[in-house]
Design a protein around this ligand. Sequence first.
Ligand code: ZN
Length: 447
Amino acid sequence: MEHDSLIARLGLDWAKVESEVVEHLSRLVRLDTSNPPGNEIAVAEYLTAELAGVGVPAQVLQAEPGRANLVARLSGSDRQPPLMLLGHADVVGANPQHWKRPPFSGEIADGCVWGRGALDMKSQIAAGLVIVKLLRSLGLTLTRDILYVVTADEEAGSHLGAHWLWENHRSLVEADIAFNEGGGQRFETPTGPLFTVQVAEKGSARLRLTAAGSRGHASIPRTDNAIFHLASGLVRLQSFQPDTLVSPAARRLLGMLAEAYPDAAPAIANLVEEPTWAKVTGLDIDPTLREYVLAGTHNTAVPTLLSAGERINVTPVEASVELDCRLLPGEEPERWARVIQGVVGDRVEVTVVRGRASAPVRDDAQTLDILGAAIAAAEPGARILPYINSASSDARALPGVKVFGFFPSASDVDYMRLIHGTDEHARISDLSFGTRCLFEAVLRAAT
Ligand SMILES: [Zn+2]
């Protein structure tokens, strides 16, 4: 395959492109779109004005006042169905007390853009804006429509954003493929760098475990204590190792890891043959990649919220804990609840508080080839690693679109640990690299 850069042929002043992305990101961070309340209209208006400057009309669609979604379209030929550049305008809240710089400063310092949303995901929105403006101003002939879609409410479930758009304005956002958040983490391996591409994401279930006991004065010891019953169930859950499920997507990922880590190839082959939890945790590969493999081959159940008791001298009649469960594509919340019920025993009752099965893996070889070529053009020898994300995104709301998580980072910084945290920041060199890869992929897919 040919990996020379299509961007290089355009003769762009890349330093200028980079500084535009940095400036837009800084300005977008300064628009506080903490969700709640969201106020994504601020971002939609900013983008509308920028797009109008190059003659690209945009529609702003509000599910509720202030909860704005933006849809813009660059028309191409109808040889191929549309390609969407997707992003969400809202961010999670930030407590300024704990930040070195104010979280909505958008400050540009130390080679970085600082603030909430710098990574998740105003970076990719800024890159998308610059790409749309470049496509328009260069007058490139497109083989398909390019959609630029910036949603509201992703951080709170996509209800007023992607879900609402899909239900109420589907014809505007129908596309064959979309490039979104969720991918682009770089890993150095013995045989060269790998970059993640999200091709699916896990579903989720919130389960409640409840144990009952008899009320009484705590001065009298009784064995029928709700807290002890719940604790016994949790101890069983702690040592529970769920079935290891090697789906076709997981098998592909493991095959690529075997190539990337030749020394681990025999252990990976053995794992694929007879998969177990212990074989995954024993893999001698990058520890973060190992976590990806673990999450991508198991349904999980992690206790996060615990509740029992009202007074020090009264044994409680009830104790409960909630589990954050992440489900592989194809797994149903109710079925997983029955599995957990079998683990914790019959003194504890398992109920489904909320649950959502995930969509199946949706990708295609042609687009993966394009993303692989875009990466290789930006960093010779680099390859992509298609994976199942344990977190979820707007992809959950667009069942008819193949959504690829793709915004590569030049450095090995573990961005997943900075997202939603304090002092969120994007390195300018990573931002520039991500923009280059995304633009290269768009050129390969649509020109
Ligand atoms: Zn996000």
